[in-house]
Design a protein around this ligand. Structure first.
Ligand SMILES: [Zn+2]
Length: 348
């Protein structure tokens, strides 16, 4: 061995020098900014070792730092294969086009595996994938990460249960996203249980932090958000499940569109029966805005003769503040709390 990799360390000690000498190294490969203790400096000079600096973590060849080692663990390799399989499913189902769509998985509290930019999801190979931290900085991988990782990271930061995120552009769900409408609920059981009422986030330029933040108000109470004039994003406990939710929501939107062509009114599952479905959903631990204490009705009404419903919260203020319906909900909650308090004072 000529160059001994130590890029995982910020501080190089005499122990590291001894290990390098034992490995018959002629030089040490250090990360940018790594410092040597005085004894390590003395040992370096004594053994005539040369220092090389890696320009970035990813530039070191082989599993030469902690991140690269994490990225090469059997768990990470299994996730990479799952991401590639899901990428192929997305492409085969025509949920992505060109190099569109992206997939990620939260491997640890501080590291996320994601797809690279500019690769068709049909052609993904495990060696194409990337590892990033929660700020989007690339930690490992041979290709640059997707620019849309910021969207995924906001979901991970805001939803502890989210382990996997899939973003894509399935035609039928995207049709809803470009009309600013959501599909009405209480029509098909699978949709109620696995997805339920979706939200729609306001438009922003894809790939930007501002775009990533548009979903924050919705992701705790929805596992699927329609992205205005863009596509959809789903989160789940596994990459495979996140892709299932894409299938469920897109099939639902497609079915509604076909049903409209039949020209007959769509029948609805009664509200009390839908409540059964929401109870199943609760047992499965899936989020739903109707379980979040909101005073939203179980079934939202489709527009007359139509297959769309007005989203509950359609717009956010420019400052990211509350919508009118958010404010109404807070006023109602505060009023209820005040009345309850007055009641308890009146009846000690
Ligand atoms: Zn996109």
């Amino acid at each position: 061995m000529s160059s001994y990799p130590l890029t995982q360390h910020k501080v190089i000690t005499m122990e590291d020098i001894d290990a390098a000498v034992k490995a018959r190294a002629k030089s040490l490969l250090l990360r940018d900014g790594a410092i040597l203790t005085p004894s390590a400096q003395e040992g370096l000079a004594r053994h005539g070792l040369v220092v090389e600096r890696a320009t970035s973590a990813a530039s070191a060849s082989g599993p030469s730092n902690d991140w690269e080692r994490l990225f090469a663990t059997p768990e990470a390799e299994a996730i990479k294969k799952e991401i590639c399989a899901v990428g192929l499913k997305l492409w085969q189902r025509q949920y992505v086009d060109g190099n569109g769509g992206n997939i990620s998985y939260r491997l640890t509290d501080s590291a996320v595996i994601c797809t690279p930019t500019l690769v068709s999801k049909a052609d993904l190979r495990p060696e194409d994938l990337c590892l990033v931290d929660l700020e989007g900085k690339q930690l490992a991988g041979n290709r640059p990460r997707t620019s849309e990782i910021l969207l995924h990271l906001e979901i991970y930061k805001n939803v502890a249960e989210a382990k996997a995120v899939v973003h894509c552009h399935p035609v039928h769900a995207t049709a809803y996203a470009i009309t600013g409408r959501i599909p009405p609920s209480c029509i098909i059981p699978e949709y109620e249980v696995f997805v339920g009422r979706v939200a729609i986030s306001p438009y922003e330029t894809p790939g930007t932090q501002k775009f990533a933040e548009t979903v924050i108000p919705y992701v705790k109470t929805h596992n699927t958000v329609l992205l205005a004039n863009h596509g959809i994003v789903c989160w789940a406990d596994t990459v495979t499940h996140a892709e299932w939710y894409v299938e469920v929501v897109n099939t639902y939107c497609w079915t509604l569109t076909i049903a409209k062509e039949l020209g007959a009114p769509i029948s609805r599952i009664p509200g009390e029966k839908t409540a059964d479905l929401i109870a199943i959903k609760q047992r499965l631990g899936l989020p739903d805005v109707r379980l979040a204490g909101a005073d939203a009705p179980i079934c939202d009404l489709a527009e007359p003769g139509g297959i769309t419903a007005v989203p509950q919260v359609r717009t956010q203020t420019a400052a990211g503040g509350m919508s009118a319906s958010d404010k109404e909900a807070i006023v109602a909650a505060v009023t209820e709390a005040v009345l309850a308090k007055l009641k308890s004072i009146g009846n000690p």
